[in-house]
Design a protein around this ligand. Structure first.
Ligand code: FPP
Length: 268
């Protein structure tokens, strides 16, 4: 993995099971509706199938997918979501053809270079998780610039998972825990879930409340494995390039109807 955060100082909401949402005033009908999930994470799937259905190259699907990212960020801001995590490039995506990896990489570079100012004006903070060391120096530089330029923004934290794998994240955390124990800086008796979570790449982020996957596939594909312990999962048939505000709202409505018990007994 890239640089390792180690235990993050002063984190408060990270790695704690999400709390059930409070209710807020309804959208115009006087009723009470649940507050939006604080952290929504997305597995954006179906770019290739979207392109194939139109007789287009896969790159066209990824380009259309980038437009859907824009719509999704706008919808998240509009609904008051505080954290939005997008699985934009998995550690397994390096196994795609060199041409497709190049297409995806240049799209990410373009997005980081040209869209960050606009996002920043809207109060979006960008955070990147994953093994950035596998990207070229330009992508790494753009990623750092995007994080630095938006660090003070608070409206929405947009987390881009790039060259990210959930197992790799848990592995690097375990290695750093082992090193800290060996060096005598960590007492193994003090290790609990909260402390372990502070060695993960997401140490400064709350766990996701809702994970949405598009394209009809129903699996996590190595995404936020530790962090998804209490997440609600919503699977939509829509292909990612077609994703819009209505799909986002539909997923939020499904989330609102779920009863989250975090292992406790149901209320009778
Ligand atoms: C999965 O579709 C999607 C990806 C591998 C990449 C996601 C990238 C984007 C949405 C565009 C760029 C992102 C940003 C943040 C600008 P797939 O290719 O696996 O589709 P398939 O399963 O139909 O083949």
């Amino acid at each position: 993995m890239g640089s390792v955060p180690g235990p993050a100082a002063g984190t408060t909401d990270a790695q704690t099971p999400p709390t059930p949402p409070p209710t807020v005033a309804g959208r115009g009908n006087g009723g009470a509706v649940p507050a939006p999930p604080g952290h929504v994470a997305l597995i954006m799937d179906g770019n290739g199938r979207w392109a194939m259905a139109r007789g287009l190259p896969r790159a066209a699907g990824h380009n259309a997918g980038a437009e859907a990212v824009r719509r999704c960020v706008q919808a998240a801001i509009k609904r008051g979501v505080r954290y939005l995590t997008l699985y934009a490039f998995s550690s397994e995506n390096w196994r795609r053809t060199p041409d497709e990896v190049a297409d995806l990489t240049s799209l990410l570079r373009y997005y980081l270079r040209h869209k960050v100012a606009e996002l920043s004006r809207e109060g979006v903070r960008i955070r990147i998780i994953g093994d950035l060391s596998r990207f070229d120096v330009e992508v790494r530089a753009e990623a750092k610039r995007a994080e630095d330029a938006t660090a003070a923004n608070r409206r929405l934290t947009l987390v881009l998972a790039l060259s990210y794998g959930g197992r790799a994240d848990i592995m690097q955390a375990a290695k750093h825990v082992a090193l800290a124990v060996r060096d005598g800086t960590l007492d193994p008796d003090r290790l609990d879930e909260a402390l372990f979570g502070r060695f993960l790449l997401t140490a400064d982020l709350p766990d996701p409340d809702l994970i949405i996957r598009t394209s009809g596939e129903c699996r996590l594909s190595n995404f936020l494995l530790w962090q998804s312990a209490y997440a609600e999962l919503v699977f939509l048939d829509t292909l990612w390039p077609d994703f819009n505000e209505q799909h986002f709202d539909a997923a939020l409505d499904m989330f609102a109807r779920r009863e989250r018990r975090f292992g406790a007994r149901p209320t009778l």
